[in-house]
Write a protein that binds this ligand. Sequence first.
Ligand code: FCB
Length: 442
Amino acid sequence: MDVMIVLAISLAIYLLLITSLRLMYPEMHIDWSRINLEEIDFPPDFSWGVATASHQIEGNNLNNWSEFEREQNKERSGAACDHWNLWKGDHQLLVELGVNSYRFSIEWSRIQPTQDSWDEDAIAVYSEMVDSLIDKGIEPVITLHHFSHPVWFEDLGGFYKRSNIEFFQKYCERIFPYFNGRVKKWCTINEPEVFSIMGYFMNMFPPGKRSVLKAIRVMKNIMLAHGQVYHALKKTDSQSYIGIAKNVTIFDPLRRWDLIHWITSIILNYIWNGAIISSLKRGRMYGTSMSITKNSADFIGLNYYTHVLTSPFLPQTTEIDLPSRKGQEITEFGYPMYAEGLERAVQMLSKLEIPIEITENGVADSTDKLRPIHLKRHLWVLSELLSKGFDIRSYFHWSLMDNFEWAEGYSLRFGLYEVDYDSQERTLRNSGRDYAEIIKKF
Ligand code: FCB
């Protein structure tokens, strides 16, 4: 065949493929100048909340993270927001915001500081916290593992070793009965994909490894841990409502006419999102059958922050600005504000056919310039999704107050309250005031 004909046919196939991909996976963008962000509607039983995590706020924890901070000479979490001592005042902040729900995590390293000791006093403090929330009409939502765990567990190989899952299960089974009855909504694990990829591939989280295979193995193990814990706790109380918080990042090809960019976005989407959805829906992940994870969630928690524009030149760190579309606002985390992605994330998770809880959404913004509009756009998208019939039950803003942002330390500020780390004073930001007003309306 003539070379020209071969070239023409190849080009035609290429164009057909790209055109189909472009049509099948449109990158949604809303013309926000035409939207009235005040036009939102939420049902009266919608849960309005904020979220935090133990290691980011409590202060003076001794766990895999504090070890990592020391070993890698990173900024130390140190006293953080001293929430362990100041929690009563912090619960007042929740009242001030008017939220009726609060997602926080229990620090495993406080409960089980060594392999054979259980700290009843620490359990009692969490128990007091739960009572205090209930007294205030605020529903406590507990996360059992939010990135941090005891040093002894890490030393044994953490979630890299499948046989260690039983230690996590034992901890969950031990504390569940203390709160069960008072706490209905539970997240087993926060962001299995972030935990494994940042810790075992990107070297940004403990234990600081750089291996794709290790990251995939940990992701599988942590999903197995979730499945096992889910079934164990449901056996104790079938009425409890247990799920997992999944970070959904949307991957879009940087250049929408470049097949290589499409391929990278499709692969990354499978690694980050597809594999976990498949483990919950089909009990399969990366070609491995894991029946225990099939149907192992009463709800899916969605942590949504942004979309990533992909090409083969992916950054190996979070410390640089990611590419963005023209006109997009860049947040202090270096990625764009993209509220449209919340709709796409909800559509993706709705395949699971279980209720969706927005367990996290927020923005790093030290001057509170972007946060009010960020909040309103995301709530507008949510309101639209509700009107289209998606079963979304809650919205938890990340975060109640500025806190220790993991690898980024204290430089990033996600709070509705600003924290002065010297005086431990908390000050309500304008966005916090906006959120309180919105909550009041519904
Ligand atoms: C999420 C984490 C949460 C917080 C936000 C900004 O990935 O779950 O702890 O750090 O990002």
